[in-house]
Design a protein around this ligand. Sequence first.
Ligand code: P1T
Length: 386
Amino acid sequence: MKKDLKFNSLTIHGGQEPDKAYGAVMPPIYQTSTFAQKSPGAHQGYEYSRSGNPTRHALEQALASIEKGAHGLAFASGLAAMDAVLKLLKPGDEVVATNDLYGGSYRLFTKVFEPLGIRFRFVGMRDLAAVEAAIGERTRLLWVETPTNPMMNVVDIRAMAALARKAGAMLAVDNTFATPYLQQPLELGADIVMHSATKYLGGHSDVVAGALVVRDSGLAERLYFIQNASGAVCGPMDSYLVLRGIKTLHVRMQRHCENGRAVAEYLRDHPMVEAVYWPGFADHPNHDVAASQMRDFGAMISFRPKGARYEDAVRFVESLEVFTLAESLGGVESLAGHPASMTHASIPKEEREKSGVTDALIRLSVGIEDAADLIADLEAALRQLG
Ligand code: P1T
């Protein structure tokens, strides 16, 4: 591959070579569990698909390329990728994590790893002094989600990298909402980038997958060991789907961002809307940080209809006709969700309300349909609340 390609070419060519067997331009789906050996240990680079598979390998190379890393690892889900990172730790180690994050991430931290002796401190990461105060001698990992799910807070990745370095801890960034089209955490000093590839990387709501990308080869080896030893690998078909999705990431993201802006501005100007959370607004509390580390502001938006109660938010999402009421995000189609009862139901009510995830909050994943249709749908749903 030609060196120094720009991002919009890396999505298509990054880390990709024509297939060795017949020159297939897209890697074949090597739907096989195992590979024939001529003599014990004499194989052609692959022996068993948990340890390595050519289709997954093609995806892993693409992931490393678009995130400006050196090593990519593809997992069965975003949470499986996070699980592998947390298995780098041992009992007594501490993690400082964003307080407003995907409910499933919170559940993995508090219900799976806390009982195994790893301690988590959840901090509002816009406040650098609070992060610094939470870091202790046993802190081994800073876990950052930015923009956060669902409050769209933005965390300063460069500042977190500096704090992590000072503490001798690693910095991991969940880049699911931003994607490498908008932000490249390794370039900003992170050690590990994680994705729910289920979302924008796959882009078509047809696959569940996860990813990690790192630069350091020692760290890559430890993660590869865990990936192989624990076994939550991305299957060949799913690897193919994510790889296929990545090839249009830049085109989709451009339209996602245009539509995201149109919907965010429409909601902000609406008399029946109380608050809109989207980092593209100049008065978003961390807009400057967003502008300094992101190329654009994305298509994830949360908002609260004026005076809405739990039932109103539910009625709103039920009445949408173009937006689909569903968990997940980042696909070509627009989705709407009610975090308090759906994606963030696993976080105790007092905890989630502290970070703003109240009963009236609605989250939108703005797709790439015609923005006028999306706005008309929202307008009809808002009107029936009044
Ligand atoms: O669903 P999975 O591929 O395992 O990824 C988990 C995950 C991790 N990080 C972030 C920021 C996420 O948003 C998710 C999954 N989120 C949803 C399903 C959702 O609707 O928010």
